[in-house]
Design a protein around this ligand. Structure first.
Ligand SMILES: Nc1ncnc2c1ncn2[C@@H]1O[C@H](COP(=O)(O)OP(=O)(O)OP(=O)(O)O)[C@@H](O)[C@H]1O
Length: 363
C-alpha cells in the first residue's frame, strides 16, 4: 500500500459564532509526519485535536496555513479527493447492509468491477480476520467487531493516510487494550501513515511512533513516547503525561557537566545542559518511580533529602508513598513492594532524587 508524508504549515482555525466574534481553536500548528508513521494528537478536551484532524481530512476548512500530502497541497481539495479516510468513534456503518456490503460500498461507488471488488474485500478481511462475519449485519456484531469492520471499510479504499478520531471510546476497558494492539498491528502490516486522536495518554503512549501534545490550540511538544515522558518540554506536558512531582529550586553552582540546585535546606546535583546560571529559579520534574526511598540508617548516594512519610497506598505491583520533604509533598512509587518492609506513616526516610532522572521544565 502506498503511504505519504503529511505536513502542516502554520495551520490556524478560527470559528465565528452567531454574534460574529471569532474564537481561535487551532493556532500555528506545524507538524511533519513521515510516510508510514503512527502519530497521535493527544491533549485535554477542547485543545483542538479533533479540529486539526478534521482539517487534515477536509471536513473543516483551514483559516490560514497549508496542509500537504507528499508534495501536494490539499488545502482546497474536497475530502473525497484527498486520498485519506477517517475511522470514527461511532463506527458509522450502514445498519441495513451486511459486513461485506459495508466494506465493498466505497469500491462500488468507484465503479470497480465486481471481481476486483471481491478480491480487495477478501484481502482486507484476511488482514483483519473478519471473513467469518461477512454475511452478518452490523447489529449482530459486538462493538469491537463493528470497529474492525469500520477499519476494514477505510483500509479497503487503499488511502495514503488513515485518520482515527477517538475510535476506541465506545468500547469497554479490556476491549480497548486488545483493539489498540490490533490497530497497531494492521497499521504496521500495511505500512500506512496514521494520525490518531485521543485524550487517553496510555493509548497514545502505547500505540504511537510520535506523540503530539496539544494544549489550548497549540502544540506543546512533539516527541516519541519516551521523550515526552522523560524529557517533557513544558510543565503542562509533564503534568498531562504520567504523574509528576514539581519542585522549585535555585541554581547554587554550575560547571560544564553538572549543576547544584538548592532545594530548601538541601543541595541536589543533576547533569547540566548548559542553560543554567547561578541564582536562577527552576522547576524540576521528578517522576515517582525514579525516586528512591531508604531508611535513615541505610547508606545512600548523593541527592538525599530527609523526609517524613505521610501516607501510602498498596497498588499490587507497586506501592505509592506521599512524603513530606519540607516545603513539598512528593509522590514516590516503589516497585516490587513485597521485597522489603513497608514504610509507615510517620516514618523518617531519606529521599533520593537520582540526579540523572531529574529534568527541568519551563512554565
Ligand atoms: N464548529 C465549531 N464551532 C465553534 N467552535 C467549535 C467548533 N468545533 C470546535 N469548536 C471549539 O474549538 C475548540 C477545539 O475543539 P476540538 O473538538 O478540536 O477539541 P478536542 O481537543 O478534539 O476536544 P474533545 O476531546 O472534547 O473532542 C473547542 O473550544 C470547541 O468548542
Amino acid at each position: 500500500m502506498k503511504s505519504r508524508t503529511v505536513t502542516l504549515n502554520n495551520v490556524c482555525k478560527s470559528f465565528v459564532d452567531d454574534s460574529g466574534s471569532a474564537f481561535q481553536a487551532v493556532t500555528d500548528v506545524n507538524l511533519h509526519i513521515e510516510a508510514g508513521e503512527f502519530v497521535t494528537l493527544l491533549g485535554p478536551s477542547g485543545c483542538g485535536k479533533t479540529t486539526t484532524l478534521r482539517m487534515v481530512a477536509g471536513f473543516e476548512s483551514i483559516s490560514t496555513g497549508d496542509i500537504y500530502f507528499g508534495d501536494d497541497n490539499v488545502r482546497n481539495l474536497q475530502p473525497n479527493k484527498r486520498d485519506c479516510t477517517m475511522v470514527f468513534q461511532s463506527y458509522a456503518l450502514f445498519p441495513h447492509m451486511s459486513v461485506y456490503d459495508n466494506v465493498a460500498y466505497g469500491l462500488r461507488l468507484k465503479k470497480m468491477p465486481a471481481t476486483a471488488i471481491r478480491e480487495k474485500v477478501n484481502q482486507t478481511f484476511d488482514i483483519m480476520n473478519l471473513g467469518a462475519y461477512q454475511d452478518r449485519m452490523p447489529g449482530q456484531l459486538s462493538g469491537g467487531q463493528q470497529q474492525r469492520v469500520a477499519l476494514a471499510r477505510a483500509l479497503v479504499m487503499e488511502p495514503s493516510v488513515l485518520l482515527f478520531d477517538e475510535p476506541l471510546s465506545n468500547l469497554d476497558a479490556k476491549l480497548r487494550l486488545t483493539m489498540r494492539d490490533e490497530i497497531r498491528r494492521i497499521q504496521k502490516a500495511v505500512g500506512i501513515t496514521a494520525i490518531y486522536v485521543t485524550h487517553d495518554q496510555s493509548e497514545a503512549m502505547s500505540m504511537s511512533d510520535k506523540v503530539v501534545v496539544m494544549n489550548k490550540g497549540r502544540i506543546e511538544q512533539v516527541g516519541t513516547p519516551t521523550e515526552v515522558y522523560q524529557r517533557p518540554a513544558t510543565r503542562f506536558v509533564a503534568d498531562f503525561i504520567g504523574v509528576a512531582n514539581f519542585l522549585q529550586a535555585e541554581v547554587a553552582d554550575t560547571d560544564s557537566e553538572s549543576v547544584q540546585l538548592r532545594l530548601g535546606e538541601a543541595l541536589v546535583k543533576m547533569p547540566s545542559d548548559g542553560s543554567f546560571e547561578s541564582g536562577r529559579q527552576v522547576t524540576l520534574v521528578a517522576r515517582p518511580e525514579a525516586i528512591g526511598l531508604t531508611r535513615p540508617t541505610a547508606a545512600g548516594s548523593g541527592n538525599l533529602l530527609p523526609g517524613l512519610v505521610q501516607r501510602s497506598a498498596f497498588m499490587g505491583q507497586v506501592q505509592d508513598y506521599w512524603v513530606d520533604i519540607g516545603d513539598n509533598e512528593i509522590q514516590v512509587t516503589v516497585s516490587n513492594p513485597r521485597a522489603h518492609e513497608p514504610f509507615q506513616p510517620g516514618d523518617k526516610v531519606l529521599v533520593d532524587l537520582h540526579g540523572d532522572s531529574l529534568h527541568w521544565v519551563q512554565g
